[in-house]
Design a protein around this ligand. Structure first.
Ligand code: F6P
Length: 320
């Protein structure tokens, strides 16, 4: 392959820029032309496509967000929009497309693959919810952002002898919550994969209070279907501990990518180029152990993500 393109789609994640840089520079290194598509599949439909060069990706390795912008495109899922998208790939003579995004975006890539287009998917999402890869690009940064927020909240929580429920993102996946709870020393964590017991949670907090704990941090994943303020009110009522609610929201999606995310994004971005260069198509690039891996895109997206029971157990053991 000699002419490829790259797009970012869905919710942005820190490290997407690093991945774009790796694709662009990797392609140029391998004597390929490389095009950037703006606003994900929306820009593909609109033909918002332009050639990138070495300096198009200067000074972005450390920047959160995505210089290509991103969108969630409903239009692409409709037949007319999808047809325009495939026509654009032909008009621009794009031989292979690198899609950087989460579950929905990679399913969009699979749709293109089924229509005969050559694609490679990179897991760009803070959610860490793709079963075929141990880690997604942006997850580590997001966990670190949450950890820094927990530290700040812990200061005020401890000064006022209050408890705080902190809601974190992750869609239906509890990984951000689990990792942040273990690494942030939270007293309790609620994730969507494990049926929450509010009675059990309140018992834990009362036991802590009886042992002299004056403040607690409770991490709640957004996928747990109880509003965070409501949960804080229930805790206050049942335990007598004044409890505040904090929803961290979009701060978790921004910020400079950590070294770990930059490493992942650089390695995965370059792997995508190598695959397309060698005409190995319709793959999803991921990481297993310390190895950069790639699977058939359809098989990869069918792999179910299991909750990391070890991390969950350890978070509970160490929170006594
Ligand atoms: O997929 C990333 C994510 O941040 C999820 O954690 C969250 O549920 C969702 O995107 C929010 O999406 P939006 O940007 O459309 O509000």
């Amino acid at each position: 392959m000699k002419r490829i393109a790259v797009l970012t789609s869905g919710g942005d994640s820190p490290g997407m820029n690093t991945a774009i840089r790796a694709v662009v520079r990797g392609a140029i290194y391998n004597d390929m032309e490389v095009y950037g598509i703006k606003r994900g599949y929306e820009g593909l439909i609109a033909g918002d496509i332009s050639e990138m060069n070495v300096s198009s990706v200067s000074d972005i390795i450390q920047r959160g967000g995505t210089v290509l912008h991103t969108a969630r495109s409903a239009h692409f899922m409709e037949s007319e929009g999808f047809k325009r998208a495939t026509d654009m790939l032909e008009n621009f003579e794009i031989e292979g497309l690198v899609v950087i995004g989460g579950d929905g975006s990679l399913n969009g890539a699979l749709k293109l693959a089924k229509a005969g287009k050559a694609v490679v998917g990179l897991p760009g999402t803070i959610d860490n919810d793709l079963g075929y890869t141990d880690y997604t690009i942006g997850f580590d940064t997001s966990v670190n952002t949450v950890l820094s927020a927990i530290s700040n909240i812990r200061d005020t929580s401890s000064s006022h002898e209050r408890s705080t429920v902190i809601e974190v993102m992750g869609r239906n996946c509890g990984d951000i919550a689990l990792h942040a709870a273990l690494c942030g020393g939270a007293e309790a964590v609620l994730i969507p994969e494990i049926e929450p017991s509010i009675n059990g949670l309140c018992r834990t907090l009362i036991q802590g209070k009886n042992r002299g704990k004056r403040h607690s941090i409770i991490i709640k994943a957004e996928g747990v279907k109880i509003p965070t303020q409501e949960l804080a009110d229930i805790i206050t009522e049942r335990t007598g501990l004044e409890t505040k609610a904090v929803v961290l929201a979009y701060i978790q999606r921004g910020g400079a990518p950590t070294g770990r995310d930059r490493m992942l994004a650089s390695q995965m971005g370059y792997k995508a180029v190598e695959l397309l260069r060698d005409d190995v198509i319709n793959r999803a690039v991921g990481i297993r152990g310390n190895e950069i891996t790639h699977y058939d895109l359809e098989e990869a997206l069918a792999m179910k993500r299991e909750v990391n029971q070890g991390v969950s157990d350890l978070a509970e053991i160490l929170s006594i």
